[in-house]
Structure formats: C-alpha cells, structure tokens
Design a protein around this ligand. Structure first.
Ligand SMILES: CC(C)(COP(=O)(O)OP(=O)(O)OC[C@H]1O[C@@H](n2cnc3c(N)ncnc32)[C@H](O)[C@@H]1OP(=O)(O)O)[C@@H](O)C(=O)NCCC(=O)NCCS
Length: 165
C-alpha cells in the first residue's frame, strides 16, 4: 500500500499543500522551509532533490502523494553511512505509513546502495518519530544534549541507528 517514487514537477501543488504546515516542520531540520512556498517546492523538485548522491523519494499511500523520505549520504570516513529523514502530511499521521516507508528505504540503503549504517536524529519531544524508528528495528545510540537551537528553543537530539555489517 506504501510505495516510494522520485519527485515529478507535477508534485509542486501537492508538496506545498502537505509540507506547508507548522506541525509538520516543527521538528524537522531548519532547511525544511516554513512557510513552504511554490518557489521552495519547485527548487526542491528541480534541484535540491537531485543533489549529488542524495536519495529523495515521494511516499505514496494507495497511489497518492502523502509525504517525503530521503537518505543523505555522509562523506569521508563516514561514507558507509547515510542519514534518513521523513515526514507525512498531518492528515496521514497515525496509520503506520512512515514505518512502512522507512522499512522499505532502509532495506534499499543496505541491499542496493551498500550502506552499513543508517541513522536518524530526532529532537527530544518527537516521541512519535522515535516510535517509528523503533518499529523498524533502529536502536537509540545516544543523546546529544543541547544540540539544536531552533525557533528560539534548545533541543536534545536522540540519535537512532540501524546497522548491516
Ligand atoms: C513522525 C511521523 C513521520 C510518524 O509517522 P506515522 O506514519 O504517523 O507513524 P505511525 O502511524 O507509526 O505512528 C507512530 C506513533 O504515533 C502515535 N500515534 C498514533 N496515532 C497518532 C495520530 N493520529 N497522530 C499522531 N501520532 C499518533 C502512536 O504512538 C504510534 O505508535 P504505535 O503505532 O506504537 O501506537 C509523522 O508524525 C510526521 O510526519 N511528523 C512530522 C515530521 C517529523 O517529525 N518527521 C520525523 C523527523 S525525525
């Protein structure tokens, strides 16, 4: 029921509609725009999502664009690792969609892309995301205290990881 596909230019309106929501962007990296404009969506689809070895996928649920998921490759002595990030439009939360998407992309990261470690950095209050990672077999590696400053607030970062040795 959940599938992953590349972004297409025709996704602009849907992306703006789903991503332009403070509840979605609240615990995401500051590079995720808020508010989310048409220009942001066009820039992401045309350029951002195609950068280097970044993997950027649309999450589809029953054939409908419901969110995004991606892998950011690490460089140098961390080139065996990738950071995973994901989000869903708020109306699609609580249906087990993110765990299905994360399980699929994690498998691709290990089996097809050859990564040995995939990790995620979750801001302290985002227990829902920690639950998603745990459901996909990710383990808490540690807590980086006072690591992020966003919108006037400091956050601890919970780092989760999955390995394939
Ligand atoms: C984090 C996020 C991707 C979770 O995706 P999801 O598909 O809703 O995840 P699930 O359906 O598996 O729910 C995860 C947990 O959320 C809780 N939950 C259940 N229903 C919920 C609802 N209606 N709304 C919010 N949380 C709910 C449950 O505790 C559930 O765990 P359980 O299945 O063990 O009971 C989604 O909330 C989101 O996009 N948030 C904003 C972006 C974000 O924070 N991304 C992660 C950055 S690290």
């Amino acid at each position: 029921m959940v599938t992953l596909r590349d972004y297409e230019l025709s996704d602009v309106d849907r992306l703006v509609c789903l991503a332009g929501n403070e509840n979605v962007s609240k615990f995401l990296t500051e590079s995720f725009p808020c508010p989310y404009t048409r220009t942001d969506a066009e820039r992401w689809i045309n350029k951002g999502s195609k950068q280097g070895h970044l993997v950027a996928k649309v999450i589809e649920f029953k054939g409908e664009f419901v969110g995004g998921i991606g892998l950011q490759p690490q460089g140098g002595w961390k080139q065996h690792m990738a950071e995973v990030g994901y989000w869903l439009g708020e109306q699609y939360w609580g249906r087990g969609i993110a765990p299905e998407a994360l399980a699929a992309l994690t498998e691709t990261a290990f089996s097809s892309l050859g990564y040995k470690k995939v990790f995620a950095q979750v801001l302290g209050p985002n227990e829902t995301s920690m639950r998603v990672l745990e459901k996909c077999g990710y383990r808490l590696e540690g807590v980086l205290e006072y690591e992020v400053f966003k919108s006037g607030q400091f956050y601890d970062v919970y780092q989760y990881a999955s390995y394939r040795r």
